[in-house]
Design a protein around this ligand. Sequence first.
Ligand code: SAH
Ligand code: SF4
Ligand code: F3S
Length: 520
Amino acid sequence: MASEKGNKDYAQYFDFSSAKVIKQEDGKTTYRINGRDITMLSAPSYSDEKKRGKEEIKVHYENGVPAELSGLGRGKKYLIYTYGCQMNEHDTEIMRGLFEAMGYEATEERKDADVILLNTCAVRENAEDKVFGELGHMKLLKQQRPELILGVCGCMSQEASVVNRIMHKHPHVDLIFGTHNIHRLPHLLQDAYFGKEMVVEVWSKEGDIIENLPKKRAEGLRAWVNIMYGCDKFCTYCIVPYTRGKERSRLPEDVIAEVRDLARQGYKEITLLGQNVNAYGKDFEDRNYRFGDLMDDIRKIDIPRVRFTTSHPRDFDDHLIEVLAKGGNLVEHIHLPVQSGSTDILKRMSRKYTRERFLELVGRIRKAIPNVVLTTDIIVGFPGETEEQFEETMSIVREANFSSAFTFIYSPREGTPAAEMADDVLYEVKQKRLQRLNELIGELSLANHLELKGQIVEVLVEGESKNNPDVLSGRTRTNKLIHFQGKKEWIGQFVQVRVTEPQTWYIKAEVVTEPEAAAI
Ligand code: SAH
Ligand code: SF4
Ligand code: F3S
């Protein structure tokens, strides 16, 4: 626990100069800071979060909400705002499940909510700024309705500097918890209701894997399934290994049972989630079963489409490629973050591959799966990135022929090694690089789409297009956005369409086979 004496994070990131200790019992301390009482059950620490212990991870099969708390939310409403990646979206689904098991009802209106949670993302500064902006807005709401419970959870809560800032600047927050103790939500809510203090419970060390927590998935055709948690890669710019803990894989039988259940419920597409899905199974001590084996087993389940995100190039082995090449419900789209095209920058990012190794992997994938679509993530303006090094990123994007990419300007994250690196590149230069990169990605995306002209592709119809209710929209197996004229009844079904007008970020098409006849 971070309150242990001698923990350097405590002195470095927490400012207790104006704090008075009010109470100390059962290992918890209540402080008074600027007139606000704050009970610290446990607080995050970057140095503890960095540790990777050898302890065995246990799996617990729980029921979620203890009977005595199952009526806590009767007559009350909850609202969760979610920032960040699919992992967070899925965590929100678990929290929704817990809320509803306590009798809460969902609301979209903040004025009706009895509990509001911000499920936050720490990956870049602008993600954090959004959350702090929102917390500012909530101050008035809390003044108007003091009985409202306002909580902050997710990856930002795992940062000592963020918790310190909330304790000093946002006294209207009632509850701070992290990514490892979501299952504690019912107990934490109870604490927040019955005490008047702000409650802080953030675990620095990941806990065991907890199965069977209730989940309230977003209604629709697609569902997320966690296959592993955490990340051990420690890319030098990235906060995720600190906020999400060490790599832990769910047991294959639990993943497979969940996928089977989703298939029975009628979901059409699942996305397997992990920060680095290719590391799946590396932590199993009693069996030799990896991501390729999992995909090979999931391939046999009767669910039309299976995706995964995100894969790290380093653990992308030949067995996985071989399995993906079998196709079927395994779609021919791979999101493979490259981050940079310069071997020198990749080394300083600690990505553990070179430009050549990455291109060689792309070559192997394309050989085995000729119609594969590759997308990627790229960071521009890593500390000290030269013009030549940026040009190497531009050229790898062309050589790998990515269809699309998420592109970011490097954002220093407190506590990570890259934040200590000298950076003499002007922000305006980074912005120009981002703009040039995005123009190139646009050109490649259009070129990729033009190649599809006249071809017939399968679309999973998701709904009406945002701008025009006469137009339906959906996604191909390769995740391309398609717009076409059709009937509302087709929503949720597979339709064969012919590509007519490819655009840069979407594709217009016309129907060839109506759903009844479509072979699914
Ligand atoms: N586990 C995934 C990445 C999750 S974070 C992977 O390794 O592929 C999603 C993306 O955010 C990363 O791929 C990276 O491109 C970007 N990112 C992470 N940290 C960043 C930082 N400090 N500044 C800018 N972009 C960052
Ligand atoms: Fe971050 Fe690297 Fe882990 Fe991805 S693999 S989450 S970029 S540390
Ligand atoms: Fe953000 Fe945490 Fe995901 S930092 S990207 S929400 S793992």
